[in-house]
Write a protein that binds this ligand. Structure first.
Ligand code: GLN
Length: 451
């Protein structure tokens, strides 16, 4: 049914870069066989899923939305891919994304944009716009995304779906193509809080293949999602997450959510986190710096595209010709920014200062979580904007992540879930819930209560 749905609507939506029809049917048949033989089935047996094209999949193309990996067939599965298969999930295919996960609209994909199913002339968010659009257009009930600065939560917000950025280290990064290693985090996307929890439980947990993976039990997310409640909880509202640039309808729905939390028995606490005003600036130094280092491996020699390979060019020339042809403008911009920020003489002024700001943000969160159990905010300042509106204005694009970025810098967990439509444009608004490190279960407890 889902393959038929993809065939019917994805020409218009363009959520998928690659539909693995044969692979999906084979996985589904394998589940049927296991069931017929009475063998033990995985926890998500037979449930179809759309996988962001940033996770390696053995024998299935993985492009990361870039021309530089066009035609590359990975020889191995990412840990997330492996765990999905072990849970008997049916992987339908790989979803569209901003090239190397750099963007907030999926317009930076080298393979063309994805439309928002609510209005195909608008963006589905980014970088994981393919995964969120697949959910919102009922092409898959579950999807996987990655969140470096908001790429799970912002697409969820603008498509009226649920997306969770687990605590950093909660889900293995092995086989997840690196953008900014200290920020990147894979996580579940779904249409309901409980579905997200069921997927979270399958992909999370310690992995010896990832040195930053946390060696501790997975927080009890499913139990929390089944027992939604905010009774007696202290919920923080941060002063810095509203004001100039926020759409009136977004603030209206957010205020209504806060009122609902209060009605359901939560105590609302006003918080001041002054360092959050600096988060965007710090992020746009740290993320490009790490990207400039991580993307050095795309040298035209190891995998994917190779340009200038005609015997007349040196290895250095092949590398630069490949990068010239294979990387899009946003990726080049980030590599240049990052290389500059890390260069000798500038390190203290840029990267070093950004790391100090990161510490301040972490301290603001620590102080906040002494007073409250969770923090809530709008997920994004505005609803989905028209495709093309911010494409030539990187600064305007970066503002989409105003509320999501502090969490990536501090490493704690956050969820976005729908909280109604903005009255002025009838487009979905996202409510963000933020929890302390390894308290991911609180997101589900609160999310299930207000869903
Ligand atoms: N939009 C942000 C960026 O462009 C975040 C991307 C992400 O979370 N992968 O970097």
């Amino acid at each position: 049914a889902h393959l038929a749905r993809i065939e019917a609507v994805d020409e218009k939506v363009h959520a998928f870069l690659h539909v693995d029809r044969e692979g999906a049917l084979a996985q589904a048949r394998a589940v049927d066989e296991k069931r017929a033989k009475g063998e033990k089935l995985g926890p998500l047996a037979g449930v179809p899923l759309a996988l962001k094209d940033i996770f390696t999949t053995e024998g299935v193309p993985t492009t990361v939305g870039s021309k530089i990996l066009e035609g590359w067939i990975p020889p191995y599965d990412a840990t997330v891919t492996k765990r999905l298969k072990a849970a008997d999930v049916v992987i339908l295919g790989k979803t569209n994304m901003d090239e190397f996960a750099m963007g907030s609209s999926t317009e930076n994909s080298a393979y063309g944009p994805t439309g928002n199913p609510w209005d195909l002339t608008r963006i589905p968010g980014g970088s994981g716009g393919g995964s969120s659009a697949a959910l919102a257009s009922f092409q898959a009930p579950l999807a996987i995304g990655t969140d470096t600065g908001g790429s799970i939560r912002q697409p969820a917000a603008v498509t009226g779906t649920v997306g969770v950025k687990p605590t950093y280290g909660g889900v293995s990064r092995y086989g997840m193509v690196a953008f900014s290693s200290s920020l990147d985090q894979g996580g579940p996307c779904a249409r309901t809080v409980l579905d997200a929890a069921l997927l979270h439980e399958v992909i999370a947990g310690h992995d010896p293949m990832d040195s930053t993976s946390i060696d501790a039990p997975v927080p009890p997310v499913v139990e929390a999602a089944r027992n939604g409640s905010v009774e007696g909880m202290r919920v923080g509202v941060v002063k810095q997450f509203r004001g100039e640039g926020y759409q009136a309808g977004v603030i209206q729905r957010f205020d209504e959510s806060v009122a609902l939390l209060k009605k359901l028995g939560a105590e609302i606490v006003d918080l001041d986190c002054p360092s959050f005003d600096l988060a965007l600036s710090a992020y746009y130094l740290i993320a490009p710096s790490e990207c400039s280092s991580n993307l050095a491996r795309f040298d035209g020699l190891r995998y994917g595209l190779r340009a200038g390979d005609d015997g007349t060019h040196s290895a250095e020339e092949v590398t630069s010709l490949t990068r010239e042809a294979g990387f899009g403008p946003e990726v080049k911009r980030r590599i240049m920014l990052g290389t500059y920020a890390l260069s000798s003489g500038y390190y203290d002024a840029y990267y070093g200062s950004a790391q100090k700001v990161r510490t301040l943000i972490k301290q603001d969160f620590d102080k906040a979580f002494e007073q409250v159990d969770v923090i809530v905010s709008p997920t994004t300042p505005t609803t989905a904007f028209p495709i093309g509106e911010r494409a030539d204005d990187p600064m305007a694009m970066y503002l989409a992540d105003l509320c999501t970025i502090p969490t990536n810098l501090a490493g704690n967990a956050a969820m976005s879930l729908p909280c109604g439509l903005a009255p002025e444009d009838n487009l979905p608004v996202g409510l963000q819930i933020i929890a302390p490190v390894m308290k991911d279960d609180r997101l589900y407890k609160v999310g299930a209560a207000v869903e």
